[in-house]
Structures are given as C-alpha cells and as structure tokens.
Ligand binder design. Structure first.
Ligand SMILES: [Zn+2]
Length: 568
C-alpha cells in the first residue's frame, strides 16, 4: 500500500505518492494533470487500466472524484485507498483483475487542492470551497468572521449570556444547549455564535455576513445552474472556476465514462439525481437502474441510497442546482452519485427513519438540524464522551472576548467530530467504497467481436462480423444518454492491406445499439422471449487477392473498441 489510511496527506505528499504509484505499476497506472486550481496547483487524475489489453479510452470507464469542498478530506483517503486496492490486488482478486483488464478508472483524489491545503495547514482555516475571493475581492465590511480567538487550535462556539437569547441549559445535562420553550420568560438564556471576531462591532447589531471565500464549486456545474441572486456561491457563470471547468472538460471529452461518483462528507448516505425534480421525471428504466446500483451500494457500504429530491432537501421548497451528479446524469446520462462519507449520528446510535434490517429509508440528516428529539443530543454527547474521549464536545470555558467581553467558548468541535471521521475511525469508514466502485465498473457494457470469413469463389470472400454486448448494461448505458444523443450506435469498419472492392456492404457502417441483460425482469412466468438484441451483425462481400490481411474494427462511444485481423 502506497497511501496512508490513518492520516491526511497534503498536496506535495499526495503528488509524490501518486507518481510513486505510477512508477510502481507502469502497466496499470498513468498520472496526469487535468487542469490547474485557482492558485495554480495541479488537479491530478490517476488513470487505471491494464494497458496490455487496450488503451484507457477504448474501454468503458468509471469516474471518481473527491475533495471539491475544502474541508472534506476523508474522501481523498477513500480514493487513494481505491487506487491501492486496484493495483495491489490486481492478479489476486478476481473482480479487480477483470475490472482493470476490461474497464478504465479515472480517479481524481483532490479536486480542490487550494482549499484542502488551507484546511490541512499547521494553523488550519476552514472555507467552503475555492480560495478565490467571491463575490467581492476585499474583506467583508461587517459581521462575524470565524477564527480561533482563544488560540486552543479548535473552532468551537461562543456562548453569550443574554436575557433575550433562544437557548438554555439542558435540565439533566447542563453542558448541552436546548431551545427555550415558546412561552418561557425570566430564566438564564444564551445566544450561540460560531467562534470568531466581530468586524465593525456595534453592541446592538450583529449580522452574519457572507464570507470572503463565498464560492461553492459544487454549484458551478452547468446542470440547472442558477446565479448568485438565486443560489449563494454558484459563481458568475457555469464553469467559471478552473476546478469545475477541468472536470467538465475532461468528462465531456471522455464519452466512455458510464458511471461517476463524487465523494463528500458528511451524513453517511449515497445520493442520486435528481436534486431538482421528482423520480417520475426520469426515464423509468434509468430510475430502476439507479435503484439497483443503490441497492448494491447499501449492501456493500451499509449506507442508505436515496434521492436528493425526495430524501435530502434542507428546505421542502428549495432545491440545490449546478451540482456535479445532476449535471453528469442530465447532460450525459452518466449514472452519477454523491457519496457523503461518515455519520456521527449513526455512530451515536441515532437511527430514526433508517431501518437497519431492511437498510431502507434514511436518517433525515437534512431535517434533523431543524427538529429532533432531545434524547438525540444526549446520545451524541455520550458518543463524544465515550468514543471520542471528550474530544468532540468541549466544556464551556470562560473567555474575555476582545469585542464581546465576558463569554464562554465550548460545545461541538464540528471540524473534528463531524466533518471527517476522526483518525481512529478513518480506515473503517473509507474502506467500504472500493467494492461498490468496482461493481459499477463491472456492470458496464462489454463488447466482444467475432469475425467469420467464407471463401465464395476465386477472389470473392464473405466476411461476417458479429458484435455482442455480454455486459449487464446496454451499450447506450442509460435512456437519458440516448435522449441526449451522446451515444452513437456501434460502428464497424473494414480495412485491408491490398486493394479490395465491395460487392455488398459498405467499408464503414453504423449498426445501432446492443442491449445488456439488465431489466429483463426476475419472474419466469412463461413470457420470457430472450431475443438476441444484445448482438448486431455486419456482412461484406468483397473481392480481394488471396493472402490479403483484413482488419475489422468495432467502435462504440461507451462500450469501447475491439478489432480482429484475418488473412484471406
Ligand atoms: Zn461536500
């Protein structure tokens, strides 16, 4: 194993290790830059495939990226672990060997190296995404700026005693803050604020102003993109940011990509499109395929697989747009998922809404923040005290704030406990995804080519080429890909090393799509009619001198390329 799984690597080490991987496995791995970040760091892509069985672009592919959001660094570890699995188990594990021989993996472990570098610095800074100032160049004029004001190395919360405050201490557990009752007056109340300094302080007016780093790269994709007035952080126009642009450019130029997974934190779910509309707006066949992929994902990872629109909205009337997975599916018919690694709630035993037996439904992370049982807070606190040895939820410590006076600092260290798995939980959490990624590679179309020649008479030969898709998914992969006209039918081409003439058939011909063996139903109730819709045939009658070498090329946008050579 080349990459560590118990700590996070910074950019220089990540770069060094990626090239070390390529040097160790020259027949399996290429590392290259697909673009540069705002600050000029390379966005590395490791391409994994057995080069002896064909080039990367001639095979169906799976895309995996991570760490588009600055602080979401455990996703990088999930992907470097995948790279280690694909290489060290090649030739040992049957599925991995088959996948690496017949498919391609494009793995981008760190989309946003600038933001990650800031977060992994000795004195960490946590921003949402890009380091490019947005929407304005200079510092905000007023408001609260997050900062480690007491210098204890953590970004916690500030508790300010205030008779108008909406919070009070939990009756059984005074460390915990709970909401004040609707009609309650005259107790000890508090306001809670993120730890930070106040810009342009006014004793009566405090607002949360937008941060200087207001971009969210995962709102900058072209799918249903909406600007700043409708959605905070989306950037001035789709793919305005070099990181999103690099991804869009690469995916658009690699039509062999059938599946895509983008790794984030946190909440412990596998999210699928659409985020903007209900399931019935998607072709039913694609929905069934998404559900089948999701079912396998839950079986392998233990994470529920859910629709963003139906199960992961923060506000019932608001949707999030311009995101990577919706764009991949909507524009290209790629089966794209957003994996949200790590669930502190599940760790703490909060499973409401999620059926552990059927693995159906989902703990409603998105609505939990607005409304949940007080017992959940106790569970989380107990988890911090026991499993995290008190490092998750810190006691309230008095502090004299330069602008706010006597306050207390404490509460959840969300960056430590919530944002990524703490290091002792890291390996267990990230090791679960490789198998699902490999399974998705294995269900892509798989083309085979068989060529038969018949000597009819003299210099006349009949050549028959049969292309078949022995894969699970059809060659077009999704109905959406067909609807968007991004996949062409199978093209067969005949070339020869001497002058030949065609009596029947064209030198180059388009034959249409091949079905897979998916979606055929599971009931054998007498209606099955297993026609050979997974095959197409091309036939030529040619006149050629004896001994001519004939090559038949088979090409498909997603299914890949194959060729066969025969001597007449
Ligand atoms: Zn994220």
């Amino acid at each position: 194993m080349i990459f560590p799984t118990n700590r996070y690597v910074r950019f220089d080490e990540l770069t060094k290790l990626l090239f070390q991987l390529a040097e160790t496995y020259p027949n399996l791995v290429d590392v290259g830059s697909i673009g540069k970040s705002y600050e000029g760091r390379d966005i590395w892509c490791a391409t994994v495939t057995d080069k002896s069985t064909g080039s990367a672009t001639d095979k169906p592919a799976v895309w995996c990226d991570a760490n588009i959001h600055a602080t979401e660094v455990s996703p990088t570890t999930a992907l470097t672990y995948l790279l280690d699995q694909l290489t060290t188990l090649y030739g040992i594990d049957e599925d991995i060997t088959r996948a690496v021989r017949t498919k391609t993996f494009y793995v981008i472990p760190r989309v946003n190296p600038d933001g990650a570098e800031l977060f992994l610095a000795d004195s960490p800074e946590a921003i949402r995404s890009s380091t490019r100032p947005y929407p304005f160049d200079d510092e905000p004029l007023s408001g609260l700026k997050r900062e480690d004001v007491d210098g204890n190395g953590r970004l916690l919360q500030m508790r300010i005693s205030d008779p108008d405050g909406p919070w009070k201490c939990h009756p059984d557990e005074p460390r915990l803050m709970i909401r004040r009752d609707a009609t309650e007056r005259g107790g000890s109340y508090y306001r809670l604020l993120p730890e930070g300094i106040v810009l342009d302080p006014d004793p009566d007016v405090l607002a949360m102003t937008p941060t200087r780093h207001g971009l969210d790269l995962n709102r900058n994709f072209p799918g249903h993109w909406r600007g700043e007035s409708e959605q905070y952080g989306a950037g001035p126009y789709p793919t305005s940011e070099p990181e999103a642009r690099a991804l869009v450019d690469f995916i658009a130029k690699h039509p062999n990509i059938c599946h895509a997974l983008t790794f984030h934190t946190y909440s412990g779910v596998l999210l699928r499109p659409y985020g903007t509309s209900a399931d019935d707006s998607m072709p039913a066949e694609d929905l069934w395929t998404f559900q089948e992929i999701g079912k396998k994902g839950t079986e392998i990872t233990g994470y529920p697989a859910i629709s963003v629109f139906h199960d992961f909205k923060y506000h019932p009337k608001e949707v999030i747009t311009g995101v990577f997975d919706d764009w991949c599916y909507d524009h290209f018919g790629i089966y794209a998922w957003t994996v949200e690694i790590w669930s502190p709630h599940r760790q703490a035993g909060i499973t409401e809404g999620f059926d552990a037996t059927t693995k159906q439904g989902a703990f409603k992370f998105t609505t939990w923040g607005r409304n949940h049982e007080l017992s959940d807070d106790i569970k989380l606190l107990k988890w911090s005290d026991d499993a995290l040895k008190g490092e998750g939820y810190l006691p309230w410590v008095p502090f004299t704030h330069p602008q706010l006076g006597d306050i207390e600092i404490g509460g959840w260290d969300t960056l430590y406990a919530f944002r990524n798995p703490p290091s002792e939980f890291l390996f267990d959490e990230i090791q679960r995804f490789s198998k699902w990624v490999i399974w998705q590679a294995l269900i892509t179309p798989e083309l085979e080519l068989e060529v038969q020649t018949t000597h009819l008479s003299g210099t006349t030969y009949k050549i028959r080429a049969i292309a078949k898709n022995v894969g699970f998914l059809p060659t077009y992969v999704s109905k959406q890909a067909l609807a968007k006209k991004v996949v062409r039918g199978i093209v067969m081409e005949l070339t020869a090393d001497s002058d030949i003439s065609y009596i029947t058939g064209k030198q180059r011909t388009e034959l249409g799509q091949c079905e897979g063996y998916h979606l055929k139903g599971v009931a054998n109730s007498g209606y099955a009619g297993d026609v050979t819709d997974y095959k197409v045939v091309a036939e030529w009658t040619i006149s050629a001198p004896s001994g001519t070498t004939v090559k038949v090329d088979l090409k498909h946008t997603r299914g890949g390329c194959k060729h066969t050579i025969v001597v007449l």
